[in-house]
Design a protein around this ligand. Structure first.
Ligand code: UT7
Length: 332
């Protein structure tokens, strides 16, 4: 019997309507479009507005987009994983709510968090369920409402992050399509450089304590994170090519986490990959954390061809990083 591999067979997306442009940011903090564009490649990002709307709102809409596009019966979905660093609540699973709302009533579900590597690591997790032979339809959603933990008076972070969600369906392939190999890593020494200090179990809010200090928002030491991201994303992408005897001409696309265009360009350059093969949407959405990779797939779906070799790469808080080699499974 041929080996079962885990293939992506459908994609969907959701982006909030509100556009936060560089020009609007110029009115909030001391910055300018030229600085943001040249240092990050970002022109605008989407922000989810509306009281009570959390990450699940975007995850549900991305999943519904996928379901409507493919006429999928949601009761056939067996597992829903929501990759997110911004769950709706601390105690209740976001994935459980999402699964119910999309009609995946026969599925079990859970959240997983590896900061900006959440979706990449999620690909590894859900592919194991498919490869086991026990599961045939698994939904992986990457969604983050980053605006819920950003201080819009801090120019070091507010220019980077945006909100959004992307969903992909994994199904078994007996033709060898889908995930071929992965190389995933973490190093907890990195956590001081990218974190939200307050609000978790190590530093919970005490009764009567007021929300609002810098420790309540994302803190990032940009230069340190930048250097580690460039080195490690290029390193794992190179290793995955070498391990699979892939020449650069064998690679159809690089799908890299959209944190900074300069990091993506540096990764492609180290690999020797032409920029025409680099999927890019950071200019429109900024860094959407867990949503960057599925949003790339959704935006470029019409250009991806069955059999295309795609290298996924990500780097994020923790530190967490890695690369995955996948063969695309369909023509849209
Ligand atoms: O997704 C998770 C992983 N995250 C990342 O991969 C992000 C990695 N880091 C980065 O992308 C970059 O480090 C940033 C975009 C965050 C910052 O860019 P940078 O080129 O590393 O800038 P910097 O922090 O070294 O700051 C350079 C200068 C500083 O001024 P001085 O000290 O040289 O006078 C900053 O104060 O730019 C100043 N600056 C700004 N100026 C205008 C910092 N932020 C801004 C701003 N507008 N928004």
């Amino acid at each position: 019997m041929s080996k079962i591999t885990a293939a992506i067979t459908a994609v969907g997306k959701y982006l909030p309507e509100y556009v936060l442009s560089n020009e609007i940011l110029e009115t909030l903090v001391e910055t300018n479009d030229e600085w943001i564009t040249s240092r990050t490649g970002i022109k605008e990002r989407r922000i989810l507005k509306g009281k009570g709307k959390g990450t699940s709102f975007m995850a549900i809409n991305a999943a519904k987009d996928l379901i409507e596009k493919t006429n999928l019966d949601p009761t056939e979905i067996e597992l829903v994983v929501v990759a997110t660093a911004t769950p709706d609540m601390q105690a209740a699973s976001t994935a459980a709510f999402v699964a119910s709302q999309i009609g995946a009533t026969e599925a079990f579900s859970f959240d997983m968090d590896a900061a900006c590597s959440s979706f990449l690591f999620g690909m590894s997790v859900v592919s194991s369920f498919i490869e086991s032979g026990k599961y045939k339809k698994v939904l992986l959603i990457g969604a983050d409402k980053n605006s819920s933990m950003i201080d819009y008076s801090n120019r070091a972070t507010c220019i980077i992050f945006g909100d959004g969600a992307g969903a992909v369906l994994f199904e078994p392939s007996s033709d060898g399509l889908g995930i071929q190999d992965e190389y995933l890593r973490t190093n907890g020494e990195g956590r001081e450089f990218l974190q939200v200090q307050k609000g978790g179990s190590a530093n919970p809010f005490e009764k009567g304590e007021v929300f609002g200090g810098p420790e309540c928002y994302v803190h990032q030491e940009g230069r340190t994170v930048f250097k580690n991201a460039v080195f490690n994303m290029a390193d794992v992408s190179g290793k995955i090519l070498e391990r699979n005897n892939l020449k650069i001409d064998d690679v159809a696309w690089l799908a890299a986490h959209q944190a900074n265009k300069r990091i993506i360009d540096a990764t492609a350059e180290r690999m020797g990959l032409d920029e025409s093969k680099v999927l890019m949407n950071i200019h429109r959405y900024g860094n959407t954390t867990s949503a960057t990779l599925p949003l790339l797939l959704a935006d470029y779906e019409s250009q991806l061809k069955k059999g295309d070799n795609i290298i996924f790469a990500a780097f994020g808080g923790g530190f967490s990083w890695g690369a995955i080699y996948l063969k695309w499974a369909y023509n849209a």
